[in-house]
Design a protein around this ligand. Structure first.
Ligand code: SAM
Ligand code: SF4
Length: 329
């Protein structure tokens, strides 16, 4: 799949549920209305959809949400999809999780063929964790991360950087990740979906965080790249890699290799744009995927060049109305 700007699309992120056992402040409002189950694709439909993309050249698949590990029978979907790892069509099957269910699932994930996972962790302070996630418990997540490591999974920690919330913990997070052998990526808050608070209040440009880290560590620019929005440095003192995801800048659109699907089968060609394609309708139109394949090709043909994110005090409405839990980040 090659889009109008010559970019080859090889990476698919699929949100398998919009539901979650946490209510992170920057992601959701406290009282979320979730989709009726009838609108959500079945596990069989998700498999068909992912497989159609793999047949079109996708070789990296990330399962996300909402919280993917709270979807019932999610392991059966992952196990079925792992057949594409065995044939070599898929290079990587991975997921992004809040870590709450990892003690239960870590061993099975390894057995299925998952090698690396991303776990979101914004703070190492139990009270702060409870405040940010509203419903989460830090010890449960730390146990989950420990279980993942023991099972042999490589864990990358994703931390949303927030001014006045966790910016004072950046060094602690770096130390903790170095100690446990995890890579670490900081993410800027993105204006996606209505939340209860004001995002401009906590928005922290990562240039500031990076400058702050530089006072304690020697950060060496790295040419490591994944085709995604992260820029990487190596910390000279610890040898670990730290990523910075700055989605509000445009520095990554030109190498964008990814598209996203929601749990209702909407395909979003860009995280920062509203344009989409209804693949559920196409999926249900026939069984031999003729309509689906045509719909995918047509949608890739309108992948936009870049996004329109803005976060500032004048424009307070979200740039994109759907929540991150819909497209999964
Ligand atoms: N529940 C899983 C988790 O938390 O890792 C997967 C889905 S979550 C939507 C994916 C990532 O998006 C998490 O790392 C989360 O911190 C991040 N995220 C959610 N809302 C965001 C926002 N408005 N701006 C930046 N990152 C956000
Ligand atoms: Fe749930 Fe992840 Fe959103 Fe937090 S960031 S509310 S864990 S989907």
């Amino acid at each position: 799949m090659i889009d109008p700007f010559g970019r080859t699309i090889k990476y698919l992120r699929v949100s398998v549920t919009d539901r979650c056992d946490f209510r992170c402040e920057y992601c959701m409002s406290e009282n979320m209305t979730f989709l009726p189950k009838s609108e959500v694709l079945s596990l069989e439909e998700l498999d068909r959809l992912c497989t159609a993309f793999i047949n079109k050249g996708v070789d990296k698949l990330r399962i996300t949400g909402g919280e993917p590990l709270v979807r019932r029978d999610i392991m059966s979907l992952l196990r079925n999809l792992s057949r594409h790892l065995k044939t070599g069509a898929l290079q990587e099957l991975t997921l992004t999780t809040n870590g709450s269910q990892l003690t239960r699932f870590a061993d099975e994930l390894v057995d299925i063929g998952v090698k690396r996972i991303n776990v979101s962790l914004d703070t190492l302070d139990a009270d702060q964790f409870a405040r940010i996630t509203r419903w989460g418990r830090l010890d449960q997540v730390l146990d989950g991360i420990e279980a993942a490591k023991k099972a042999g999974l490589q864990v990358k920690i994703n931390t949303v950087a927030m001014r006045g919330v966790n910016d004072n913990e950046a060094n602690d997070l770096v130390e903790w990740c170095a100690e446990h052998g995890h890579d670490l990526t900081f993410i800027e808050t993105m204006p996606l979906g209505e939340i209860d608070g004001d995002r401009a209040e906590v928005y922290l440009p990562l240039s500031i965080l990076r400058a702050q880290l530089s006072q304690h560590y020697t950060l060496v620019d790295s040419d490591y790249a994944t085709g995604g929005p992260a820029r990487y440095v190596t910390v000279k003192e610890t040898g670990q890699r730290i990523g910075f995801i700055t989605p509000l800048t445009h520095n990554f659109c030109e190498s964008c290799n990814r598209v996203r699907i929601t749990c209702t089968g909407m395909l979003y060609m860009c995280l920062g744009q509203d344009d989409s394609a209804d693949l559920r309708k196409a999926l249900r139109a026939d069984e031999d995927n003729t309509t689906l394949n045509a719909a995918i090709d047509e949608a890739i043909g309108r992948k936009p060049e870049g996004h329109d994110f803005v976060i500032n005090r004048r424009q307070n409405a979200p740039a994109v109305s759907r929540h991150m839990s819909v497209t999964g980040g």
